[in-house]
Design a protein around this ligand. Structure first.
Ligand SMILES: Cc1cc2nc3c(=O)[nH]c(=O)nc-3n(C[C@H](O)[C@H](O)[C@H](O)COP(=O)(O)O)c2cc1C
Length: 239
């Protein structure tokens, strides 16, 4: 199996340790590709909207974004990690997610994403881990991913791994290993189930694209939806 890991920090701190513990059981079973931000996607989206209108390959940061996209589409399991920074995912993670706005369902979602599984690992000192995870989940669900497992921690002690009390560390390790076992038991040859809420988003956008196409049949996103057959009978979760 293939796993792609997207880390919202380059620091080898608590988030890194948690991610390493989660991945332990996959190391001899999976091919793992890791991205660290901002290193692997250093530019910000400048709002030029070239990706939406003319195509993602023309983005000034395409050399980074296309590598990320390739890993997203080619992996069985997607792992996202981030500490909470002022109640949200890190700016580096958000900068990467902005670059993939063209893959949101109202634009040009990749059919492959509807069958993917994802795990989001976040941690915070006291509060903000859940909202940091939501920042990532929002993109995942609008990309079409239905199966998203969130593992979130509140350190409530110190932000340095070695200073966290042994009992607390053991509890976090156990929770990560339990979740890793659940993800290891999955049959990755089968697509993940697509939830009703994902299908509802798809049908709402389908109506929108049909209307947009009446106004301008050359509209990039409309043409994409039409070529995929999604304005007809084809559905991405059945392909
Ligand atoms: C800029 C910044 C903002 C932070 N904001 C929060 C926050 O809003 N809530 C919180 O509980 N912890 C906050 N933290 C603590 C982090 O979430 C995290 O626990 C800490 O940085 C350790 O993780 P790391 O070693 O992976 O960097 C913040 C840390 C930084 C550097």
């Amino acid at each position: 199996m293939k796993i792609a890991v997207f880390n919202g920090t380059e620091k080898k701190g608590v988030t890194y340790r948690l991610k390493e513990i989660f991945l332990e059981k996959f190391r001899d079973k999976a091919e793992i590709t890791e991205f660290y931000f901002p290193r692997d996607c250093p530019g910000f989206c400048m709002g030029c909207i070239t990706c939406f209108g003319k195509g993602e390959k023309l983005c000034k940061d395409a050399q980074y974004v296309q590598k990320i996209e390739e890993a997203l589409l080619g992996s069985d399991l997607l792992v996202f990690t981030s500490p909470a920074y002022v109640f949200h995912a890190t700016g580096a993670m958000k900068a990467m997610l902005d670059h993939l706005g063209y893959r949101w369902m109202p634009h040009r979602p990749a059919g492959e994403m509807f069958g993917k599984r994802a795990v989001v690992i976040t941690q915070c000192l006291g509060a903000g881990g859940t909202s940091a995870a939501k920042d990532i989940r929002d993109s995942l669900s609008w990309w079409g991913v239905s199966s998203i497992r969130t593992i979130s921690f509140r350190l409530m002690s110190d932000v340095k791994w070695d200073n966290i009390p042994e009992k607390k560390r053991r509890a976090m390790e156990a929770k990560l290993r339990r979740n890793a076992d659940r993800m290891l038991a999955v049959d990755y040859s089968r697509r993940a189930h697509t939830k009703l809420s994902t299908k509802a988003k798809f049908y709402a956008v389908r109506m929108m694209q049909t209307e947009l196409g009446k106004q301008n049949p050359e509209y990039t996103d409309y043409r994409y939806w039409k070529e995929k057959g999604w304005l007809g009978k084809i559905r991405p979760w059945k392909q």
